[in-house]
Design a protein. Structure first.
Lengths: 132, 245
């Protein structure tokens, strides 16, 4: 039986790490720009292994109720929902990873895709949900 | 009757003094406004902890982290008695400008306790940002006059790892790369990082501003719903305090 991969600095098993990252959702969104370097530098992954890490990360975030968003910039909203990635988890995961690969599998920047809970109690302007 | 030169000087001194007092009052009002959020949950009056800040969950009061609670109207500032709604970009540029001005003013006043920044007249958020930049500039000049150097610039990791441990706490079992720090610690970090940091291009969808430091590292300040102003490490050459921290 092979031991589960652990974070190079913190020693956290990868499955536990993904849950910890998703624990951030009630306070803040989680960005692809944070997920990719976690996999690449935190766990030393590249190629297919890194793509699989990103799939697993997004799956946990979606399971916790997050949706794909981009920053609201100087609008009245913190985040703007991105419906073009699909509605089902599998569909969203593959769309995001496909786009990331087609962009060269690079480290993303914070102007890109994030995952946020669609509702925040007491913050009516948290995510702008526009119909596609 | 024309005023004599000494009367003109006296009048000038009175006006400057008046402007300084006005500025101090405005600063006090802004500080009070920033500390008070009428929507922030509190322990009910009558309980032993009545009036202290809480995390809204009915648990123990968390005084140290009061300033990191959300504001229902993010970016609201009173300038010259008028409320202004700042954009995320303006708010974060102002936070950085105020931090640098504070840091340099404190450094001057360690050597020259009577030194005060010049009085500035402004009526809008951009004017307030420029006034803070002017304060920083004047403080630098005063430090030069005093033959003193500016506060030393420290790397992200030098400030964020102390005694081998990352500062702050993990909130609700979040990732160890996401830290919550006290208001005092947060202000200290921004004061340190903002020294000689230049505003640099950031993605239009980033809800704030990026700043490049002389060593090439970049940090971002953005508006976050639950945490107020949030610090992101955008670029840094360190294995732990790195992109995404």
């Amino acid at each position: 039986m092979s031991a589960e991969l652990r974070h190079r600095h913190y020693g956290t098993p990868v499955s536990e790490w993904l849950e910890q990252v998703a624990n951030e959702l009630p306070r803040d969104a989680v960005g692809l720009w944070q997920i990719v370097p976690d996999g690449r530098f935190g766990f030393g992954l590249e190629g297919d292994a890194l793509a699989e890490y990103i799939r697993r990360s997004i799956a946990v975030l979606l399971r916790r109720g997050a949706v794909p968003v981009v920053g609201g910039g100087d609008t009245d909203y913190y985040w703007i929902y991105q419906p073009q990635y699909g509605s089902r988890p599998g569909e969203i995961i593959e769309s995001v990873v496909r786009e990331w690969l087609s962009n060269g599998a690079r480290d993303e920047d914070p102007g890109g895709l994030w995952f946020a809970l669609p509702d925040h109690p007491g913050t009516p302007n948290y995510v702008l949900i526009r119909s596609s | 009757m024309p005023l004599s030169p000494s009367q003109i000087r006296e009048l000038h001194d009175v006006r400057v003094g008046h402007a300084r007092i006005e500025l101090d009052v405005l600063r006090l009002r802004v500080r009070l406004l920033r500390r008070y959020d009428p929507n922030q949950p509190r322990v009910p009056a009558g309980s032993p902890e009545g009036g202290r800040w809480t995390d809204g969950g009915g648990g123990q009061p968390r005084e140290d982290y009061a300033q990191l609670r959300p504001r229902r109207v993010p970016g609201l500032r009173v300038i010259n008695g008028r409320g202004h709604q700042l954009t995320a970009g303006q708010e974060t540029r102002l936070v950085a400008a105020e931090a640098e001005a504070r840091s340099l003013t404190r450094e001057v006043q360690r050597r020259d306790p009577d030194w005060r920044p010049p009085a500035a007249v402004y009526s809008d958020p951009e004017g307030l940002i420029r006034a803070n930049q002017l304060t920083a500039q004047q403080a630098r000049l005063r430090l030069q006059e005093l033959g003193a150097s500016e506060p030393r610039q420290r790397s992200f990791q030098a400030e964020m790892i102390r005694d081998g441990r990352e500062i702050g706490i993990r909130h609700q079992r979040a990732s160890p790369r996401t830290r919550t720090v006290s208001d005092a610690e947060f202000n200290h970090l921004i004061e340190s990082f903002s020294l000689r940091a230049e505003l640099t291009n950031s993605p239009s969808r980033y809800g704030g501003s990026w700043f490049q430091r002389p060593d090439g590292s970049i940090f971002g300040l953005r508006r976050s719903d639950q945490s107020g102003i949030t610090l992101d490490i955008i670029r840094n050459d360190h294995p732990v305090i790195t992109t995404g921290y």
